[in-house]
Design a protein around this ligand. Sequence first.
Ligand code: SF4
Length: 331
Amino acid sequence: MKNFSYARAENAANAIHLISQNEHAKFLGGGTNLVDLMRENIEQPDMLVDVSGLPFNHIEALSNGAISIGAGVKNTDLANHAIIRDRYPMLSQAILFGASGQIRNMATTGGNLLQRTRCYYFYDKAAGCNKRDPGSGCDAIEGLNRMHAILGASENCIATHPSDMCVALAALDATVNVQGNKGKRVISFYDFYRLPGNTPHIETSLQADELITSIQIPPLEMARNSTYRKVRDRASYAFALVSVAAALEIEDGIITNVRLALGGVAHQPWRAHKAEKLLVSAAVNRKTFQDAAEVELKDAKGYGHNNFKIELAKRTLVSVLSELAESGGAR
Ligand code: SF4
């Protein structure tokens, strides 16, 4: 591991000041991904600005019905919070499906958003990887790509975003509050992540000096009838092959509202807008759910080892929607 300097931020302004002094500095939260990457010399910051002591560790119900989650809230605390379990079960479930208990106890909400892909070639410094080393190629396209993207990929990168939590946050229309040298701003979850295109090394719309301070989830009564399904190679401590976060509202046999997002299939948590559009005002039946899965995966592309994900994503979508329809979507 390369030597680096360390500074503990006193407050948000101080953290932003410190990170702005060094273009190779990084914020340190729980460190559950960053420290691993530093040990492998994939990340080589000159300086770590520790933001774990900042007062961003609260979950708050706001007067407008929204929930504010501090960026420093630990994944375990968020998953087990009574309001989250009651109003947004898909979010609680998604977090508990991720990593291990020990990692969830350390990992922060803000850090979860910024974790890097688990593409094998990204971690192998002998491999070509445009994300790690722009212009060096992408060894995954002709290589072992079983875990890789089927939607929104480019000829420069077919990596997936590894988070479970972020799939639920995408479905819930969360927003990201950030603070930087130019002040504060709010970024929609949809705009926060980028597809790889020609610049897979740029993963978010966050500027180098910007610190995530909190995440906000808008009120959504229908999210009480929501769930998260994760399909993976083993029952724990594995990344998603495909996952689905879904909420469904039904009135007199007609779908009145739906939220859908997919994980394990793209460079970003994939909001299934096309499927949602088809589902709203449609009759609740298996054919409707199958049509929605078909339209969402219409442009999906496999790269050999991951071809199976296309059918798996369709079947998982249909299965999750069917389960929600049976378990309480009707009013
Ligand atoms: Fe690198 Fe992306 Fe290709 Fe993986 S898929 S080797 S992260 S460029």
